[in-house]
Write a protein that binds this ligand. Structure first.
Ligand code: AHR
Length: 509
């Protein structure tokens, strides 16, 4: 509503305000601008709320793969033997102190040795979205190395997982370091393989083949890169560890080159130039490496990498392994490191140079700060004996909740927006979140759709009836808040004192 300008008649020209009022208005405006600049400089940038860190992330961590999903980072590295393991934590600082957890150990003879380079991807399989881990294994003889696949039971990267098979099927190609990439809506498998039957007879190339499902190749394979440049042949001719990165409709497959035993292990780049994906001529190799040793920083053999987005999706990061000396070789001395990457003016990835282990880095943008990612209960402030709980996937406020876990939620960065927003993940039903549907609340499995993420994301604001408590404003319906009504949780506009009290909660452990 626009108030009539003071002193002006409706419809007539506005009477000029006197000079003093103009000066005081300008001073007020200038003050407001200065205050906003000062607060912007001093307030913690919400984008980097987590604590700063230094590399490495662990004391051993070859061949890392990493992602951010549903409020946590997930990291896998080469175990050599024993179970496939996963680290999970909400910040990089916490990830550094998180022990790996076994997620799959049903190895069988013939695929229970030399367990290398696990890489995990959320893919649409025959039963809907599932996590698939691709890892190399054999009987201990290098010639027996093949890539094997396990599938998660649901949307939790922590598993459990079941074995789906050796991905090459009757082809029985030699292969390690498997990864996947989707191009023109077709899923492809890429790996390090050899054109002959035996590994020892050839220099490992980078291969591509189509997938009929996440664990089954189909049709002919194509070698899209061989170690031909001198920088790919240091120590031994080698192309391995392929991993894709895509941006603005362009697809790059980056890979490790030269011997992993030496300090000159590095990263090269192929770009898909269009046409048949399975034609070698469709892939152009950059004639120089894009990431390599940095002696001044004490970083040797930096490669066998993967890429991940920051929690708020605004930044691209690389995770890779490296040694601290030039002679440490291709074993467990290789530790996991991460750093942000950029993009060149021509649209190609710019991985920069590997930073030293004394370089202090801001964490990826959008990391949670404060109580998020702990386990919390939402206590009603006007019915303090009642807590938000799920029952038969409905959501209400009840006293004496049993099992207690029905009222416990992990408060994680908002699935649709991690800055200042939260989502509520059930403790006893991981992967299930509170979401509104037709303004009622349900506990539902995150299908990672845009709609789900929006309906499960809420801005945490000061309590509408008590500023020392909290309220939760819908991300998808900003005029509505979480409230209880007749003990059921609903999403409503708030216009009365009672509604404000019904929409105010305390986060308690
Ligand atoms: O680190 C074990 C293996 O060594 C990796 O899978 C491969 O990239 C390298 O040859």
């Amino acid at each position: 509503m626009h108030e009539a300008r003071r002193g002006s008649r409706a419809g007539g020209p506005a009477r000029p305000r006197d000079r003093r009022s103009v000066r005081s208005a300008a001073a007020a405006a200038l003050t407001a601008v200065l205050l906003s600049i000062v607060s912007a400089l001093t307030a913690p940038t919400a984008a980097h709320a987590g604590p700063a860190f230094t590399n490495p992330l662990n004391s051993t961590g070859p061949d890392p793969a990493m992602t951010w999903y549903n409020g946590n980072y997930y990291l896998m590295t080469t175990p050599w033997s024993g179970p496939l393991t996963m680290r999970r934590a909400p910040t990089i600082a916490q990830l550094k102190s998180t022990a790996p957890v076994a997620v799959f150990d049903a190895h069988a003879p013939g695929r229970d040795r030399s367990i290398w380079a696990p890489e995990f991807h959320l893919l649409n399989g025959p039963n809907g979205p599932r996590w698939y881990i691709y890892y190399s294994a054999g009987n201990g003889d290098i010639e027996s190395q093949r890539v094997h696949v396990v599938e998660s039971a649901g949307l939790d990267p922590m598993g459990p997982y079941t074995y789906k098979g050796m991905i090459f099927g009757p082809n029985n190609w030699w292969g390690i370091d498997g990864s996947v990439v989707t191009i023109n809506n077709q899923m492809y498998f890429t790996w390090s393989g050899v054109p002959t039957t035996l590994w020892r007879d050839s220099d490992p190339h980078i291969y591509l083949v189509a997938l009929s499902n996440p664990w089954t190749v189909t049709g002919p394979r194509t070698a899209i890169s061989a170690p031909t440049h001198a920088w790919e042949r240091q120590g031994t001719p080698m192309n391995e560890g392929p991993v894709a990165i895509q941006r603005n409709g362009r697809t790059f497959i980056t890979y490790s080159a030269s011997a992993c035993q030496g300090p000159d292990y590095k990263i090269g780049q192929l770009e898909y130039s269009g046409g048949s994906v399975l034609s070698a001529s469709s892939w152009a190799k950059k004639p120089t490496p894009i990431f390599q040793r940095n002696d001044a920083a004490g970083v040797y053999g930096p490669a066998h990498h993967a890429f991940f987005k920051s929690p708020d999706g605004t930044e691209d990061w690389i995770v890779y392994h490296a040694n601290d000396t030039p002679t440490q070789g291709c074993g467990s001395t290789r530790t996991t490191r991460i750093q942000r990457i950029g993009w060149n003016a021509d649209g190609t990835p710019n991985l920069g140079v590997p930073v030293s282990t004394s370089t202090v880095l801001a964490p990826p943008s959008g990391e949670p700060a404060g109580p998020q990612n702990s386990t919390w209960r939402l206590q009603s402030v006007n019915f303090p004996d009642r807590y938000v709980r799920h029952v038969n996937y409905d959501v209400r406020i009840d006293p004496h909740v049993s099992p207690a876990q029905d009222s416990q939620f992990r408060v994680v960065p908002g699935l649709a927006n991690s800055n200042g927003h939260v989502s509520f993940e059930s403790v006893n039903f991981p992967g299930y979140f509170l979401r509104h549907s037709n303004y009622d609340f349900v506990l539902a499995a995150n299908d990672n759709s845009t709609a789900f993420r929006a309906d499960a994301t809420f801005r945490q604001v000061a309590g509408l009836s008590d500023a020392s408590a909290v309220s939760f404003q819908s991300y998808s319906f900003p005029d509505r808040y979480i409230r209880h009504a007749n003990y059921l949780l609903r999403l409503d506009t708030i216009g009365t004192a009672t509604a404000r009290a019904d929409a105010t909660f305390r986060l308690v452990s």
